[in-house]
Every structure is written in C-alpha cells, then in structure tokens.
Design a protein around this ligand. Structure first.
Ligand code: PGA
Length: 244
C-alpha cells in the first residue's frame, strides 16, 4: 500500500490544527504519517496519527536555543522525521554534512529519517538530475551501515515541482518521476544492497493524485500544501485506501 506523508510546514495556527484533527477521520491510518510543525506535535500525539517531525537539531540535548533534539522528538512520540528538505537546504543553508549528522541523531533515537532529494529546473534542463540526486544520497547516507539504512524513506522532490502553497506547480509526467525513482532505487541497491521505499513529493493534490496512483513504481507521496486542507488530504488518502 502506498505511504502518505503530510508535511504541514508552517501553514496552520493552533485553532486550525485542532479543527483539522477534529474533522479528518478515516479508517486506516497505518499508512499515513503527519509531519507536524514542532509546536503541534503534542496535539497530534493525542490522536491516532503516526507522528513525524519536519526537522531535528544536529546537536544532542543541551544549550542550543531554539533547537529541538532527536531525543526530545522521541520523547514526544515522534517516529519519523524529514531531513534534507530543499526549503531548508536553500533557506537555512543546510549542508550535506548537517543532513548526515541529523540522520545519525535520528538513528540514535530510533526515528526513521525521511530523506528529501531533488534537482532544480536548471539542473534538469542540463541533464544533471540523476547526478545531483545520487550525490545528495551518498553525501547523506555514506556513514551508515546497510542495516541502519534499510529503514530510511527517500522522497524524490524535484524543486521545480514544489508549490508555494498558493499556486501548485505542474507535476511532472509519471514517466519522469518513475525514471528518477528507479535511479534512486538502483543506487540504493547497488551501493547498500537494500530495497527501500521511494516517495514522490511536489504539488500532489486531489486533482493529480489519480494520475500518480496509476504508477506502481511510486511508493507513496510527501504532501505539503494539500496536507493542511482536510478535504484535499482526506481525498488523497481515500484514493489509496479504497484501492486496497
Ligand atoms: P507541496 O510540498 O506538496 O506543497 O508541493 C511538498 C513538500 O515540500 O514536501
């Protein structure tokens, strides 16, 4: 069954999160993870959502004002955490080294990393997609054992397809997504001998999810703006759960 991960970013205020939790209900939540804004992790903790976070500190517990450690996330019931999101690589200047340390912290605390990789439009136009993605993968993952890595989830998120929350970008054709996902799977199998889940992320919504669902190669979706909207998110979930 496809995995659905909601990345609610910094879209919602508390009353909106409470409303979302109240309204959204569906039978099978095992394949749905909510990566809540850190502020609202405890609100989701009281529901039966599987809980993820959107970021983690490179540091362990200690004097790091404004940061949240992996151990703190775990103590709040978090089992998954996004790392290497393009918004953080770009806006917070997160380096490959930071991302690798964050993954280490997550492993130390039994939290599954959801590693985001993806190319810019320029890189795609210059036929550099596979090269960029495999560089991101090896920089993030090379310090770990195959056993540790067998739990990682990868999200292929072409930067040019991520929406700004108001205007969804155009999603790539399934063939384009599948080609990148297959190259990620091949890289993981050739380098680490493992078979992992690779999701697609970037402007997934209720209008295009049926097209994406036609692919058996895409193992699920990382959903940003549509995961803050009950109607959109419930619809996407229903298309997966109804199939099974
Ligand atoms: P989007 O975001 O669905 O709003 O494009 C996806 C993501 O950034 O993870």
């Amino acid at each position: 069954m496809k995995l659905i991960i909601g990345n609610q970013k910094a879209y919602l205020n508390r009353d909106e999160v409470e409303e979302f939790i109240k309204i959204i209900h569906f039978k099978q939540r095992g394949n749905v993870i909510i990566c809540a804004n850190t502020l609202y992790i405890d609100l989701y903790n009281k529901t039966d959502f599987v809980l993820g976070a959107q970021n983690v500190s490179v540091d362990k517990n200690g004097p790091t004002t404004g940061e949240t450690s992996a151990s703190q996330l775990k103590s709040m019931g978090v089992d998954y955490c996004i790392v290497g999101h393009s918004e953080r690589r770009l806006n917070q200047k997160e380096t490959d080294r930071d991302i690798s340390i964050k993954i280490k912290r997550l492993f130390e605390n039994d939290i599954v990393p959801i590693l985001c990789v993806g190319e810019t439009l320029d890189q795609r136009k210059n036929n550099l997609s596979t090269e960029v993605i495999t560089k991101q993968l090896s920089a993030a993952l090379n310090d770990f054992t195959d056993t540790q890595l067998s739990n990682v989830i990868i999200a292929y998120e072409p930067i040019w397809a991520i929406s700004d929350g108001i205007t969804p970008s155009k999603i790539p054709d399934n063939e384009v997504i599948e080609e990148c996902i297959l190259s990620i799977k091949k890289f993981m199998s050739d380098h680490y001998g493992i078979d992992i889940k690779v999701l697609y992320g970037g402007s997934v919504n209720m209008k295009n999810v049926d097209q994406l669902n036609r692919s058996d190669i895409i193992d699920g979706y990382l959903i940003g703006s549509a995961s803050r909207d009950c109607k959109e998110f419930s619809y996407i979930i229903s298309t997966i759960n109804d199939k099974n």
